[in-house]
Write a protein that binds this ligand. Sequence first.
Ligand SMILES: *Cc1c(COP(=O)(O)O)cnc(C)c1O
Ligand code: SF4
Length: 348
Amino acid sequence: MTVATKPLRAISELIEGEFVNRDRLAALEAVAARYAVAITPAMAGLIDPSDPHDPIARQFIPDMRELQSQPEESGDPIGDEVHSPVEGIVHRYPDRVLLKLVGACAVYCRFCFRREMVGPGRGGLSRAALAAALDYIRNTPQIWEVILTGGDPLVLSPRRLRDVTTRLAAIDHVKVIRVHTRIPIAAPGLVSPALVRALKSDKAAFVVLHANHPRELTGDARAAIARFIDAGIPMLSQSVLLRGVNDDVETLGALMRTLIECRIKPYYLHHADLAPGTAHMRTSIAAGQSLMRALHGRHSGLCQPAYVLDIPGGYGKSPIGPSYLSADCSMVEDFNGRRHAYPPRPGD
Ligand SMILES: *Cc1c(COP(=O)(O)O)cnc(C)c1O
Ligand code: SF4
């Protein structure tokens, strides 16, 4: 499938943009030989080259530590492969499937959980494979929702997307078409009226935006988001909890508030997956829980995502707290951290 975006791919382009110190060139070439690298002008423009800890750079500029894998890390950290009945489909939960149309993204996140699978020209479904994937969905009546993911499905042309949504919408039991994407912030110019129309059908469409730092919601990104929402396509977000990017309550709170101000409901905060060479970007689960407590203590209920872990091995996502209720349901904690008794039901 064709990809309708031209990111800055080559390390030399990053150097020219002064995002990378020349001394680190050889090291970065070594990372780039192993994992895909790309940043779009929209994201590159957000980087402050004078800040060695810039949270945007940290997400997209290669780091030598990516070459050090830990024993617990895996090339397929959430077990997509064991649940793939046909090429392009991941069927883990009974009522919904992932449909991976394309392996390319506009940007390549250094912490990507599918980093062994994504890259320019990788993992795109051929015409025949797409037909077989659609046959699988058509022949599996319990599939209620289809999630277009990849890669990033919105790198496809509106014509290709329209073809897929039309064919999905023709399947009676498919009621919801969800798209997981980073395009509205990574390449907002791609969100054309034709692209928005390509997602509209008589089935419910949802767009879930991957956003990790409040600075990513630029004016152009907000305009792209508004094009979806004004067209009647609701938006949710997913963020990855990343060390040095959003693992402090000010940044995480600002991210959630900014999303709500853009009319996007925070959906998931993902604990970072055990993807190879990403240990330097992960936090502990305890740190994640304490951030969730801080969010709950400070911000509107609208600003609260569910903190989830995709269980290694392909067992699916589970909410990982924190919990405000004692194990026997007799004590509950309030937003200030004070504990209160809750009475048992008569007879229990
Ligand atoms: C994450 C995921 C989904 C979507 O899960 P929700 O909890 O519905 O957002 C569906 N299928 C697979 C295989 C997934 O990894
Ligand atoms: S946009 Fe998603 S699939 Fe693409 S590199 Fe980033 S995390 Fe991976």
